[in-house]
Design a protein around this ligand. Structure first.
Ligand code: NAI
Length: 800
């Protein structure tokens, strides 16, 4: 006779289907045809073109949707624009009430939302019911709070305006919530486009907005494919684009929005590592892998698709994993006992199949469990590749399917190298029972989220977003709120007059002036790279004149090679990013101290070059010293946060430096502007390649000696004099420059944003708006500190 244990272990699962009637009735009641939601109603437009949304379980059509074109998008943007003034002016408490009502409605209709989501997307009902929809409600609750607290928390900031939001198909309603909730909380209005494969829950959401009487035009939803998305991206009255999707489209959007002044946040692809050390709880790690790569069929931007195993446990883990994979259940997404549902659409299935074939052809070993695939619909079995080369297609390209590739490492150092060997940087999961090791590795991983002994944890209170080509900007928490706000002072900045940057190469000399009674000692300042004064690669100089046109000096004319050398020197100075904040603060204080000793010298220089009065020059030097002290003060106080996520977990939001940052200074206030830009960056651990004022570069070259005497390590501050716009372009194109700050013309701001799309570097440009460097609101503070770092969220669970 069988034992209870044997019966338990061999028992077959019976079907446990979730009733789908609730969603089918909803679809039937709408005649299986849905219209875009514009200005508070499901609007009818002339000459509508339709496309079909299908059920990935069996390929049957669910509903017809409108392919929105210019007419629909224009109407939606106009509605959002009209709704903005009154929505943004409402008291926070009123906006909070609406967001709270949305959260409550989501909860009340959660079953309908969950079933509809699984029908439309193919994800297991267990996931839509237990993860997606509860997180959606949580997001609106959390942001009801931010709506209330906006004015007292984000002092000096205001809403951006009309936000265009383009979302993908893998978490349709959840991605909507991630975008709509912070936008409304901040006081913006929205035009949202769901992905063409999965628009239904967004339209159900729109109905719910009608039920709670959200003012017309505050949220508009247009359906359609990438062309509809492009119309939103290009629309003149849209002030912000928030996009989640492929890196390719993200890059395209970066280029299209370049120079428009639109604020942009991009949450893009990933190839996230799942690292298992030899002392990890291996069974726990196996369950983690299931949740990491087979959650939502692996169609997750932060899926742990690269399994990195310490060599000593690799064989054992692969064996355990195969055993677990044999027990995964694949089938009807509405079956409550299913682990893996359907792939969203044929095109995605073909993409997975193609990449898997390519992996096989490249020599990797493919293993799949013996589960049978349903005869209809779009399914792909869980797949494990071993024998994978780190540089191969499988290890580098985002597959976005249930495909795991395993590699091995020997030492913790090697694990970090392998983990970071990707263009992406969205997430990482690491498994070890040694918390010291975990907390040592986590900061070394180039990823926006790190889960320790856990994976795929999300919460509205914690920021989510990528490093490198996984995009920029964060969603969730206060970090996410800033993506929907702008500093109030930015609105009122005057434009720079049209200024042509014309440098005069030596020997164009104009020495008719008579300001200097004695001849100056001839001096040709060089560049400052890696802590050394260096002759420019070209050997050319350019003439520096005072404002009266008197020849003052020839200064090294930097070129591409010089910028490259400077970036290399900055890259080598990585220990600055790891050193203590206390030391960075001390050095900034020391810089201030040494500058103050030379006040008269710098002040003289400012008088002789700029023609400013002695008082003005002294004031500039004093304010520069003050600014150095200001950022010295911040160096050990810009702490980050511990987020209140509803798990048994400490969620640490750690500000991390970008690494190498390019800084292009304006012509005016050559000392104060330069220091205002580089001090926050180095205070928070970046190394900078700086292009000083082209008109008055001598204020920067005079600083070399101050830097040398202030213990600034070689390579932390590099100064390349020359043509700012040319050098800025070189910085924008350089893959080792992680972020770029530029103050100059509107035209070049746009060009730089476009060029930076190459490695998706974060740019902070002024779009030709003048900044008053003496005004503390504009020239120092939170906005500078915020732009000087990227936030990594590290989830550390606790308890046995
Ligand atoms: P996609 O990036 O083309 O689509 C995402 C959204 O962008 C959709 O709403 C789409 O209509 C819209 N879109 C497409 N082209 C656009 C354009 N030129 N301008 C504005 N909006 C545009 O992603 P797709 O084709 O659905 O999937 C392709 C691959 O992208 C996947 O295999 C996966 O690797 C990656 N992906 C990553 C996601 C993530 O969450 N990071 C989500 C979806 C896809």
């Amino acid at each position: 006779m069988s034992t209870v244990r044997e019966v338990f272990e061999t028992m077959e699962y019976g079907p446990a289907p979730e009733q789908e009637d609730i969603a089918l009735i909803w679809l039937r009641d709408h005649g299986h045809a849905m219209r875009p939601f514009v200005n508070g109603e499901f609007a009818r437009f002339m000459d509508e073109v339709y496309f079909e949304s299908i059920n990935p379980r069996d390929g049957t059509p669910l509903a017809r949707l409108v392919q929105c074109g210019e007419t629909e998008v224009n109407a939606a943007v106009a509605a959002a624009k009209a709704a903005f003034p009154s929505w943004s002016a409402r008291p926070g408490h009123e906006r909070a009430r609406y967001l709270y009502a949305i959260a409550r409605q989501i909860q009340k209709h959660s079953r309908l939302f969950a079933v509809l989501e699984s029908l439309d997307n193919g994800k297991p009902i267990r996931e839509s019911r237990d993860i997606d929809i509860p997180l959606v409600a949580r997001h609106f609750y959390h942001h009801a709070g931010w709506a209330h607290l906006r004015n007292e928390t984000f002092i000096g900031y205001e809403p951006v305006g009309v936000c265009g939001q383009i979302i993908p198909w893998n978490f349709p309603l959840l991605m909507l919530a991630w975008k709509v909730a912070p936008a409304l909380a901040a006081g913006n209005t929205v035009v949202l486009k769901p992905a063409e494969f999965t628009s239904l829950t967004a339209l159900l959401f729109a109905e719910l907005l009608q039920q709670i009487s959200l003012p017309a035009g505050v949220v508009n939803i247009v359906t359609g494919d990438g062309q509809t998305g492009e119309l939103i991206v290009r629309h003149r009255d849209v002030q912000k684009i928030a996009f989640t999707g492929s890196t390719e489209v993200g890059r395209n959007i970066r280029r299209k929005t370049a120079g428009t002044g639109k604020k942009l946040s991009l949450e893009l692809g990933g190839k996230s590592p799942f690292i298992v050390f030899e002392d990890a709880d291996l069974d726990g790690a196996v369950e983690g892998i299931v949740d990491s790569i087979w959650f939502n069929q692996g169609q997750v931007c932060c899926a742990g698709s690269r399994l990195l195993l310490q060599e000593s446990i690799s064989g054992k883990m692969i064996e355990k994993l195969r055993h677990r994979m044999e027990n995964l259940r694949l089938g009807d997404p509405l079956d409550k006992g299913i682990d893996i549902g359907a792939i969203v659409a044929p095109v995605q299935l073909q993409r997975i199949q193609k990449l898997v074939e390519q992996g096989r052809a490249e020599g990797a070993t493919c293993w799949q469990p013996s589960c049978a695939l349903p005869k209809e619909g779009f399914f792909f079995p869980p797949t494990l590749f071993t024998n994978v080369e780190p540089a191969s297609t499988l290890a580098q390209i985002e597959i976005f399917g249930p495909v795991l590739v395993a590699m091995t490492f020997r030492t913790p150092g090697e694990s970090v190298e392998l983990a970071n060997n990707t263009i992406y940087g969205l997430a990482a999961s690491l498994w070890t029972e040694n918390l010291n090791l975990a907390l040592d590795i986590a900061p070394k991983l180039k990823a926006g989220v790190v889960w320790i002994n856990s994976t795929n944890l999300f919460d509205a209170a914690s920021g989510f977003g990528g490093y490198r080509e996984s995009g920029f900007g964060r969603e969730g928490g206060s970090e996410g709120m800033y993506e929907y706000l702008v500093p109030s002072w930015e609105r009122f900045q005057p434009d720079y007059e049209k200024q042509e940057v014309a440098l005069r190469p030596y020997p164009s000399v104009n020495s008719t002036g008579n300001r200097h009674l004695e001849p100056l000692i001839d001096r040709s300042p060089k560049l400052y790279i890696g802590g050394k004064q260096t002759r420019s690669d070209s050997g050319y100089s350019f003439t520096v004149e005072d404002t009266d046109g008197n020849h003052i000096s020839e200064t090294g004319l930097g070129n591409r090679k010089d910028v490259r050398n400077a970036v290399e020197a900055a890259a080598k100075a990585g220990s600055w990013s790891r050193t203590t904040a206390h030391l960075r603060g001390q050095i900034l204080y020391y810089l201030g101290e040494n500058l103050s000793v030379r006040t008269a010298e710098f002040s003289n220089r400012l008088v002789s070059l700029t023609g400013n009065s002695r008082d003005e020059a002294n004031w500039e030097v004093q304010r520069t010293i003050e600014r150095l002290f200001y950022y010295a003060a911040w160096a050990d106080k810009y702490d980050g946060d511990v987020h209140q996520t509803p798990f048994r977990s400490v969620t640490l939001a750690m500000p991390e430096p970008w690494g190498v940052v390019g800084v292009v200074c304006p012509a005016e206030q050559p000392l104060l502007a330069l220091v205002s830009l580089i001090a926050p960056l180095i205070a928070l651990g970046n190394r900078v390649v700086t292009i000083p004022s082209w008109r008055f570069p001598l204020l920067a070259t005079d600083l070399y000696q101050v830097l040398d005497t202030s213990d600034v390590p070689a390579g932390v501050i590099n100064l390349v004099t020359g043509h700012p716009d040319e050098l800025a372009m070189i910085l924008a194109q350089h893959d080792d420059v992680a972020a770029l700050w530029y103050i100059g013309s509107a035209k070049v701001s746009g060009l730089l944003e476009r060029e930076s799309a190459g490695n998706l570097k974060a740019t902070w440009v002024n779009h030709g708006k003048r900044r008053n460097w003496f005004d503390d609101h504009q020239a120092q503070g939170w906005e500078y500190l915020r732009h000087a770092v990227q936030i990594k969220n590290i989830w550390v669970p606790y308890g046995e």
